[in-house]
Design a protein around this ligand. Structure first.
Ligand code: NAP
Length: 497
């Protein structure tokens, strides 16, 4: 179950939000009484309440907003119990002063906004000792492993325990605590009113992560990277799991640069079976798990780590296959996917360019590379035995296929383009790896000149689809993944593809 926190300054808004949440399917609401600007009127808040509630009134030392005195606060909590709220939240240090009464269940809580202490078990035992129906332990994650320790505590606790970590590093524990036995997690009504660091919205918890269907049998996947907040992979993979009715969830895992090895061990203890891997860990996973015959070695980076049927970790670079498939998608049907003998101009010489150049060269395409920093293009051209041209001279190349592997044109710089619109050749296939927006200026101008075009959406979906297939040994639902990605990208789209 998801408890949705309402923190509003006006009673009227609390009541309206409560009603709206109930209409949207919320089953439990936390009323943050400390947010109200006037003395809380419990009768008004509780009369005809559309869902069960948790009454919470946080002190300022616990990052709450209560401005009255402590005796007044405790009186309010007692009044809430007498009024029959379903749950009351009592901080561990005052829980002993407020006796059990009626049917109200006691959540005995402790928050630590600085760290996840080593002695979690001792803190938990102290809270459980305060006549707790539920223990709530919420701490700041300073490493990905903090959330794992918390989930392990939840799993072993004898008293029902809600335990998760705050902050971006703690997000997996918010999503997964139910899997380890937490009676509920917390979410916020909207992104504009996040009441604690790292809190997700009710819609994200329910629709994106399908919190209520996560059980101890749910298979675990995620994306490892730093930063990770803007990753669209959770949208795409969870949509695929949902579409295929698979009991699996995919979470964002922020892993600071020096924390990869420890995180893999810690999340391994939870039973994670596969990861997408992004900056800055693409090289490190390859070095740790790569095999010499993998194309990922030639690219120098892996974006996927998964357990194979034998229980062995394997790495892969799915950009390679995805880029090739995207280019084939845009070829003239008369070509029947044949790339041999074609000429390609690749703009950029970063990680994505390396994957596409390798794929093209291996399929008999004559590749020319142009990069802003010429020395990088020269190095790549030498490694893959192809040509190089100065960035300034890129429009002079006669190519059948143009591939943009630079971020030029990406949101918010949507008026940028890496190529001169007068230099497109009529039968050119133009493939832009940028996927946000879907219809970049490069692609719009290419279409105006009669070129065939493929957007970065196709590659993003395909690299995710190959990962999905490795994770689940099933065909990926491309259409569902594409639709989820389109929904997730910025609204700067014009609808064309
Ligand atoms: P990267 O390793 O950081 O490489 C970036 C490349 O873009 C470099 O060659 C860089 O040139 C060039 N560049 C950056 N800013 C430029 C500018 N203002 N003018 C000209 N060139 C510029 O990044 P990456 O991983 O290869 O990714 C490149 C792009 O592809 C990104 O937009 C990424 O989102 C996109 N991508 C899409 C997918 C997909 O699935 N659709 C997959 C992977 C990547 P210098 O060497 O001179 O710095």
């Amino acid at each position: 179950m998801i408890a949705v926190s309402i923190g509003r300054t006006r009673h009227k808004m609390v009541v309206a939000e409560h009603r709206a949440l109930a209409e949207r399917g919320a089953e439990l609401v936390e009323l943050r009484l400390d947010w109200l600007s006037r003395q809380p009127d419990l009768t008004r808040l509780l009369k005809e309440r559309p869902t069960p509630v948790i009454a919470t009134c946080r002190r300022q030392i616990d990052r709450g907003r209560w401005r009255g005195s402590e005796p007044q606060r405790q009186t309010l909590l007692r009044e809430a119990i007498v009024a029959g709220v379903e749950y009351v939240d009592l901080e561990g240090d005052i829980a002993g002063q407020i006796p059990r009464y009626g049917k109200t269940k006691r959540i005995v809580s402790h928050h630590d906004f600085d760290e996840t202490p080593r002695n979690l078990e001792a803190i938990h035992a102290r809270l459980a000792d305060k006549d707790a129906d539920i223990v709530k332990l919420v701490t700041m994650a300073n490493s990905p492993g903090d959330g794992v320790r918390m989930l392990e505590l939840v799993a072993e606790a004898e008293v029902p325990t809600i335990g998760f970590c705050m902050g971006e590093l703690g997000i997996p524990s918010r999503i997964l605590c139910g899997r380890y036995g937490a009676p509920f997690t917390y979410a916020t009504f909207t992104r504009e009113r996040v009441l604690a660091p790292g809190q997700l919205t009710f819609d994200e918890m329910r629709t994106l992560y399908r919190y209520d269907s996560i059980t101890k049998d749910t298979q675990l996947f995620g994306v490892l990277g730093d930063p990770i907040g803007h990753s669209l992979s959770p949208l795409v993979h969870n949509a695929a799991f949902s579409h295929e009715k698979l009991d699996a969830v995919y979470v964002p895992i922020r892993v600071p640069p020096d924390a990869l090895a420890a995180t893999l061990d810690e999340f391994g203890r939870l039973g994670f079976r596969g990861y997408s891997v992004t900056i800055p860990h693409k090289e490190a996973v390859l070095e740790r798990f790569g095999r010499p015959d993998d194309p990922a070695w030639e690219i120098g980076a892996a974006n996927t780590l998964y357990l194979d049927g034998e229980g062995e970790w394997q790495v892969m670079n799915t950009d390679y296959e995805a880029a090739l498939d995207s280019i084939r998608l845009g070829l003239d049907p008369d070509d029947e996917g044949e790339l041999e003998g074609k000429k390609a101009l690749v703009l950029g010489a970063g990680g994505a360019a390396r994957a596409v150049v390798l794929g093209l060269v291996r399929n008999g395409v004559q590749v020319t590379i142009a990069n802003r920093r010429g020395e990088r293009a020269a190095k790549l051209a030498e490694q893959f035995r192809c040509k190089q041209v100065q960035w300034e001279n890129r429009t002079t190349v006669h190519a059948d296929i143009l591939v943009n592997c630079t971020p030029l044109g990406m949101h918010p710089n949507v008026d940028d383009t890496p190529f001169d619109k007068n230099a497109f050749l009529e039968d050119m296939l133009v493939f832009d790896m940028v996927y946000n927006p879907e219809s970049t200026l490069l692609l719009k101008e290419a279409r105006e000149r009669g070129c065939r075009t493929v957007s970065g959406i196709e590659m993003f979906v395909r690299q995710g689809a190959v990962q999905f297939e490795r994770f689940t040994a099933r065909d990926a639902p491309l259409d569902a993944m594409r639709a989820a990605l389109r929904k997730g990208i910025s609204p700067v789209r014009d609808g064309s593809s």
